[in-house]
Design a binder for this molecule. Structure first.
Ligand SMILES: [Zn+2]
Length: 218
């Protein structure tokens, strides 16, 4: 077993989740990224239908490169570090704990083409770290054009309106829900998902993502 571990480490040395540098120890970030990654400060501000939101970093430079590799180049192992780091930040902001853990799902067609739902994988790791079982509370019922191609806020909101359906409405009344996504850009997608959860009776929706556009912090 020790030999196997040694060999695995030799062939697949642990790498910084952001810049891919080989790491000396079992951390998730190299020293440079620990010091210089664009960390997103915790914001207590409510936003649209979100009672709170947080992200690990701003979506730029190495963070953007890392997430592009994760989402589009099958670098699934990155989710272990994202999930661990995100769970730590969630615990910091919500020491009292939350009732339910769910995520913003991708459409069935996107999952089919990509082979995985990258946010579901994230929810599995965050859930493991927080001792919560992720629940599939939302389903994407319409394959809308990607939000990344749309700049105007009103058009982004219209593009996501009605794309989610709550799958287990009986679970929600009175619950404080933790909603995850990989990236939050303007909050239109997260707000629409939260709106559906609140309509079904959730008491609060708290949001967490790996990265946020810098304009979210303003
Ligand atoms: Zn690094």
């Amino acid at each position: 077993m020790i030999v196997f571990k040694w060999l695995a480490r030799l062939l697949f040395p642990p790498r910084c989740v952001l810049c891919d540098r080989v790491l000396e120890d079992q951390t998730d970030l190299c020293k440079t990224c620990r010091l210089h990654a664009p960390e997103c400060p915790i914001s207590a501000a409510k936003r649209n239908f979100l009672d709170s939101w947080l992200a690990l970093w701003y979506y730029e430079d190495e963070v953007r490169k890392s997430l592009v590799l994760y989402k589009f180049c099958h670098r699934r192992s990155k989710v272990q570090s994202y999930g661990k780091l995100l769970a730590m930040k969630i615990q910091e902001q919500h020491p009292e704990g939350l009732d339910l853990l769910t995520w913003v799902p991708v459409s069935a067609i996107r999952k089919l083409f990509r082979g995985y739902d990258q946010v579901e994988l994230l929810a599995n790791v965050v859930g493991r770290e927080l001792g919560m079982e992720p629940r599939r509370l939302l389903k994407k019922i319409r394959h809308n054009p990607p939000q990344s191609g749309i700049v105007e806020e009103a058009v982004r909101r219209a593009n996501v309106l009605g794309v989610y359906r709550v799958t287990e409405p009986q679970q929600l009344p009175g619950k404080r829900v933790l909603l995850l996504d990989d990236v939050i850009t303007t909050g239109a997608t997260a707000a629409e998902a939260a709106r559906m959860l609140l309509t079904a009776g959730a008491k609060q929706v708290h949001f967490a993502a790996v990265a946020a556009a810098r304009r979210m912090g303003k």
